[in-house]
Design a protein around this ligand. Structure first.
Ligand SMILES: C[S@@+](CC[C@H](N)C(=O)[O-])C[C@H]1O[C@@H](n2cnc3c(N)ncnc32)[C@H](O)[C@@H]1O
Length: 229
């Protein structure tokens, strides 16, 4: 993927004409949109294992911030598996450059970069600590999710802007995401585009509009309702 650096450490995709995260503060955006939008960290309480799926690993910022928050609250013996689907895995030194912006996730960045396989291909499986596993499934998200037999508790939908990265928000992919979500499971995204909301609703999610991060009017999150017996 063609990558450009703006303001020193802000990655920008020239292929998609978009930043990887908001320019205000991508780490705080992650907390507001992806963690809170999925009811985390509260939903981790009392769970032996928890499975998060992400569309678009990018720099791993969402993963590192999630791992940081997970370490603060996790219970002994519980495990988090974070599975991310990524078409253009970045190089370790680019991940390092982007994430060095946040001293709050220094420890997570260093551990991620030390374990990162360069070049990442196939499925990169990283056992990062006794309670945290990361899998990055390289290739088109549609193929990766279709091939997955996992049932996810929560999804982070983080493709580039829907207007420029239609594959990451298609009705077919949103249906697959829904099909691989447990009943009562959730999704969250910074996106608010009408066609994304309609695709998620058509797939079967109960969709809620919430206030977006840093002045963004809206974001979307929602639940997979329990099916009627
Ligand atoms: C907004 S960025 C993700 C940011 C990331 N979550 C982070 O924490 O840095 C979108 C990502 O989606 C990836 N992507 C775009 N189209 C894709 C596709 N069809 N399948 C899988 N990944 C795709 C891009 O390569 C990019 O890394």
């Amino acid at each position: 993927m063609q990558l450009e650096w703006r303001d020193g450490d802000m990655p920008y995709s020239t292929a998609f004409g978009d930043h990887f995260y908001c320019q205000t503060d991508g780490r705080l955006e992650c907390g507001h949109v992806f963690l809170n939008g999925n009811g985390l960290p509260e939903r981790w309480r009392g769970r032996q294992s928890f499975l998060i799926g992400e569309l678009g690993f990018g720099t791993g910022l969402n993963f590192c911030e999630t791992w940081r928050q997970w370490k603060l609250v996790r219970e002994a013996g519980s495990t988090l598996h974070f599975v991310s689907f990524e078409l253009f895995p970045m190089r370790g030194d680019d991940i390092d450059r982007a994430l060095a912006h946040w001293p709050e996730i220094d420890a997570e960045r260093k551990a991620l970069v030390a374990a990162w396989p360069d070049p990442a291909s196939g499925t990169a499986s990283l056992e990062l600590d006794g309670q945290t596993r990361l899998s990055v499934v390289c290739g088109p998200a549609f193929e990766g999710v279709a091939a997955s037999s996992e049932v996810f508790d929560a999804w982070y939908l983080d493709g580039f802007a829907p207007s420029r990265n239609g594959d990451m928000w298609s009705a077919e992919l949103m249906q697959l995401v829904h099909d691989r979500t447990r009943e009562g499971g959730s999704f969250a995204t910074y996106a608010a585009a009408g066609f994304v909301r309609r695709n998620l609703q058509a797939a079967g999610f109960a969709v809620e509009r919430r206030k977006g991060f840093a002045g963004k009017r809206e974001m979307l999150c929602g639940l997979k309702p329990a099916s009627e017996a």
